[in-house]
Design a protein around this ligand. Structure first.
Ligand code: ATP
Ligand code: MG
Length: 238
């Protein structure tokens, strides 16, 4: 896999604090146009904090975040969406009492101008078409994740950030969700993927970073990380 391009998302020396307590230390990470980059790390390492800080959802931070070369540090989430950066949050945040279709219509709300037609979304996620009149809260976990991803695609982002899209899903469903993400990348979407399925995530991505207790301890191409002794011992159980 090649990963030519320029940094679309560029996080530089980010530190984040909660009530004065530091949880991220000088984290630097970039995603080039066209790449899938995986962010790996154990529970509590600070992955969600990193993602939230990109979308202006943390309050106390140092460092800078650039998107397409513009400093976006601290801008609100809707501003990110306007600029073409979308989030699929850890908790999915669907509207359970609304139908699949209605949840998707809400996805188009944040951005003026271009949106993806629902039919295009349904071509990509046929299961959502079958279920379009069903209440989101009654979908299976995998279907809900597909819906969360689909909703993020409506404002035509150039990049999406996915926070543990496979959380709570059975292995077979994990594969279908990750395969869909890979396919989106092949269609040109740049992706930052937070995952704990280390093997699968690295196999489908260009590069990766490992976050341990708030610090990047390893970074490299996915194949280098997959063959790294320490990564194998700590994350792949080999
Ligand atoms: N709002 C908050 N207030 C105070 N501390 C927080 C807050 N959110 C997260 N933390 C702490 O920051 C650290 C990093 O949490 P974070 O949720 O970013 O980790 P994570 O890598 O996403 O973990 P997981 O894999 O379990 O989702 C943890 O110690 C957590 O307890
Ligand atoms: Mg998290």
């Amino acid at each position: 896999m090649t990963s030519a391009g320029f940094p679309l998302l560029d996080i530089r020396q980010l530190s984040v604090f909660y009530s004065g307590l530091q949880v991220l230390w000088d984290v630097s990470l970039y995603v080039n146009k066209g790449e899938i980059v995986t962010l790996l790390g154990a529970n509590g390492a600070g992955k969600t904090t990193l993602v939230q800080s990109v979308f202006g959802l943390t309050r106390d931070q140092k460092g800078h975040i650039f998107f397409e070369g513009n400093d976006i540090t601290g801008l609100p989430a809707y501003e990110m969406v306007k600029r073409g950066l979308a989030l699929v949050p850890e908790k999915r945040e669907l509207f359970p009492k609304m139908t699949v279709e209605e949840n998707l219509e809400i996805g188009g709300f944040s951005k003026k101008g271009e949106i993806v037609e629902l039919e295009e979304i349904f071509d990509f996620f046929p299961i959502l078409k079958e279920r379009k009149k069903q209440l989101a809260g009654t979908l299976s976990g995998g279907e809900q994740q597909m819906l969360a991803i689909a909703r993020a695609l409506i404002p035509k982002p150039s990049m999406i950030v996915l926070d543990e899209p496979s959380l709570g899903l059975s292995p077979l469903i994990v594969s279908s969700v990750l395969d869909a993400i890979k396919k989106l990348n092949e269609e040109g979407l740049s992706i930052l993927l937070v995952e704990q399925n280390v093997q699968h995530a690295l196999e489908m991505s260009h590069r990766g970073y490992i976050l341990e207790t708030g610090r990047i301890v390893r970074e490299g191409t996915s194949s280098d990380l997959l063959h790294d002794d320490q990564v194998q011992a700590s994350y792949l159980g080999t």
